[in-house]
Design a protein around this ligand. Structure first.
Ligand code: AMP
Ligand code: ZN
Length: 457
């Protein structure tokens, strides 16, 4: 069965197909803004996209997929962070790019084939804006910024149905406009292609036919996908929050510039909620991968937990689901180890792929995997099981033993107790053992050494 994914534009399930004679699937996935660690919500989106990438490669062949995912390394947020930290912008974005890559690797996400940066494609963005100016789809405002004229593109709002919504609930477009960008535009729904330099931008400005400034956010994806994948791409993805205005604007820019279909298939994955709420710093429910590793969970358990919900439904994340995911990974590992190398009549894990090919039903695929586990290791071929795990990106690793950080004060107490014991001052050694226990630690002594372990709660 072909890989079917819901297309947000046509609002129906559609098979993913190549459009060019070379048979290569051109796949563009909007990437992160690199100014802070990505949170586990971002990683839900990237893990889901990684499963898409793996499925495409398994279906069409590893050299028949070109996966591009960008890094947004210049925008209001990155510039603000650099200013707050009094560091050059490139320093900040480099730091968070390195961290993003490390987290992706820990979560077993394949690196995209190309990972362009917005600052690396300024010329391409300027060229595209230039075409839009010449075609009358853009105008330069009094402050030197260039805006896309939304009224010049008849199809604007087709992806997000923003026009329908506007008719129903008044001016939805106006509601999306902030005071900061409302001033110089001819129409509230117009959006910036080029932002004239402001003092807060510091050194982060480039020359253009319209004066010094920097690109607006949306144009980077239009320019980079064109440069790397061509004018028409086969699959464009991102989290659901990008549907409007980001993807709507990408379509407008690209189609007005190139005069052809921008993306043949749009797939949006839903958000991760934590304890039923939107993740935010102020609610104290925003987790990074490091936060969860510090709590003793493995990155593979997080990957599993992120796949437990259907990607097109909101997923309510709870720490408890990580416990379940950790034990599921342990089960998968010992099952995998117990599969004999040569099996007569083997299950080829078709049920796992049937679920994944049917609109990326990851919970269905995990369920199918456990049905196979229940049938026992002698009914499955090891290669087939490994292929199913590979598609989901789940590495059957040994049971996870959390790395525990021992606080310096605890090590100091333990050293003191060890010294007391060596000096045969058993009363002092016992008192110190109790002190350690009160702090939640136990000391396991051998003849020559000791080991510290957290007490089980
Ligand atoms: P950003 O770095 O903010 O540009 O986001 C990177 C990706 O993460 C985008 O595709 C977003 O749609 C996605 N994203 C942001 N928040 C969440 C969330 N809570 N759950 C799932 N995906 C998210
Ligand atoms: Zn984008």
């Amino acid at each position: 069965m072909a890989i079917q994914l819901y297309d947000s534009l046509e609002r129906r399930l559609k098979p993913i197909t190549p459009s060019q004679p070379d048979g290569v699937i051109r796949f563009y996935n909007c990437g992160p803004t690199v100014y802070a660690p990505a949170h586990i919500g971002n990683f839900r989106t990237f893990v889901v996209n990684d499963v898409i990438r793996r499925l495409l490669e398994l279906e069409f062949g590893p050299d028949k997929v070109k996966h591009v995912r960008n890094l947004t390394d210049v925008d209001d947020k990155t510039i603000r962070r650099a200013r707050e930290e009094s560091r050059p912008l490139a320093d900040v974005t480099q730091q968070w790019t390195v961290k993003f890559h490390a987290d992706c690797a820990a979560l077993n996400c394949l690196p995209p084939h190309v990972e362009p940066t917005a600052t690396g494609y300024i010329r391409e963005q300027v060229d595209m804006i230039d075409v839009l100016m010449r075609k009358g789809n853009a105008y330069r405002a009094a402050d030197g910024s260039v805006y896309f004229k939304v009224s010049s593109f008849e199809d604007y709002g087709r992806l997000s149905r923003v026009k329908e919504r506007e008719l129903q609930v008044g001016s939805a477009l106006a509601g999306k406009v902030t005071a900061a960008d409302a001033d110089e535009k001819e129409d509230v729904s117009d959006f910036a292609l080029w932002k004239a330099h402001k003092p807060d931008d510091g050194a982060n400005a480039w020359d253009s036919p319209w004066g010094r400034g920097r690109p607006g956010w949306h144009i980077e994806c239009s320019a980079m996908s064109k440069a790397l994948l061509g004018e028409t791409i086969d699959l464009h993805t991102g989290g659901v929050d990008l549907l409007f205005p980001h993807h709507e604007n990408e379509i407008a820019q690209s189609q007005c510039c190139n005069g052809t279909t921008f993306a043949r298939h749009w797939y949006h994955s839903e958000h991760l909620l934590v304890d039923g709420k939107k993740m935010s710093k102020s609610l104290g429910n925003l987790y990074t991968l490091d936060d969860l590793v510090a709590k003793g969970f493995s990155p593979m358990a997080l990957r599993y937990a992120l796949l437990m919900g259907h990607p097109r439904k909101q997923l309510n994340f709870m720490l408890d689901s990580l416990h379940a995911a950790e034990s599921a990974m342990t089960t998968l590992h010992s099952f995998w180890q117990s599969i004999p190398d040569n099996v007569g009549r083997a299950d080829d894990c078709d049920s796992v792929f049937a679920a994944l090919h049917d609109d990326l039903n990851t919970p269905g695929a995990l369920g199918a995997l456990f049905t196979i586990v229940k049938r026992g290791p002698t009914n499955i071929s090891k290669t087939a099981f490994e292929k199913a795990l590979y598609a989901l990106g789940l590495k059957p690793t040994a049971p996870h033993t959390p790395k525990v950080e021992i606080p310096a004060a605890i090590t100091a107490l333990a050293e003191k107790r060890w010294a007391a014991k060596q000096a045969k001052d058993f009363a002092a050694a016992d008192a110190l053992r109790q002190e350690l226990a009160a702090a939640g630690w136990s000391m396991l002594d051998s003849k020559t050494d000791y080991k510290l372990e957290p007490l089980k709660k």
